[in-house]
Design a protein around this ligand. Structure first.
Ligand code: DC
Length: 219
């Protein structure tokens, strides 16, 4: 079974995807990681984030193993890493070079420990539209920017990252703006996606709704 979970930043895609992966024993691919990896490598290199040819070169050379290694960098999940990821993800040449790696995962999905899996939960804003348009079930998870910023702010606080709510809100809005206007991959639900607005739902309620949809769709 292949399930895609698309939607804007901090809408709850990761939480839902991981719970679904656990329930159905499927591999999990957080596709934002490919852009975070390129973004962090740009930051490490000290080059300007506007250096498109260099970002393309890094994308071309990225492997799954390298991405996993870079994911332990302290900037990987930081606001700065997220900004860098968002910027490099707006370069069509970077996206193109990262397509294959994401698409191929569905052909031979594996768990983090290398065991083969029977399917995959793809998490990322274009997974239902671009990465896997033939997925069995597609979700588009959304919430107001205020709610999403509040969730991200709590996450940062839990991880000891020093920031304030206004900064996080501005960051969420700036990312929405950039992501919505991307010409090659504007953020929009696939025509056959189930749209879940999580603004007034608990994590458990979102999970239960998604499970009900999957079980009503995949026999
Ligand atoms: O989901 P995330 O915050 O880890 O994503 C980081 C950035 O990567 C985000 O601003 C946009 C980009 N991204 C993308 O363009 N396409 C995806 N499928 C996933 C993430």
């Amino acid at each position: 079974m292949i399930v895609t979970v698309d939607g804007p930043a901090a809408a709850g895609k990761g939480t839902l995807s991981q719970s679904l992966a656990q329930k159905y024993e499927l591999a999990y691919f957080d596709t934002g990681m490919v852009y975070r990896a390129v973004g962090v490598m740009m930051l490490r290199s000290g080059r300007d984030l506007s250096d498109v040819p260099y970002a393309e070169k890094l994308a071309e050379e990225l492997t799954f193993a390298k991405m996993m290694e870079i994911s332990s960098d302290k900037e990987f999940r930081s606001a700065r890493g997220g900004q860098a990821a968002s910027i490099v993800s707006s370069y069509p040449g970077v996206r193109r070079r990262l397509l294959d790696m994401q698409k191929k995962f569905a052909l031979k999905p594996t768990f983090a420990d290398g065991r083969a899996a029977q399917g995959v939960i793809y998490d990322g804003r274009d997974t239902g539209t671009v990465i896997c348009p033939t997925a069995d079930v597609k979700f588009f998870i959304t919430a107001t920017s205020e709610v999403r910023a509040r969730r991200r702010f709590s996450e940062f606080k839990e991880r000891g990252i020093d920031t304030d709510f206004e900064t996080v809100l501005r960051d969420v809005e700036a990312r929405d703006e950039r992501d919505a206007n991307r010409k090659d991959a504007p953020m929009k639900p696939a025509e056959d996606a189930y749209i879940l607005d999580t603004s007034n739902l608990s994590i458990d309620e979102v999970f239960k709704k998604a499970v009900a949809i999957i079980e009503g769709t995949v026999k």
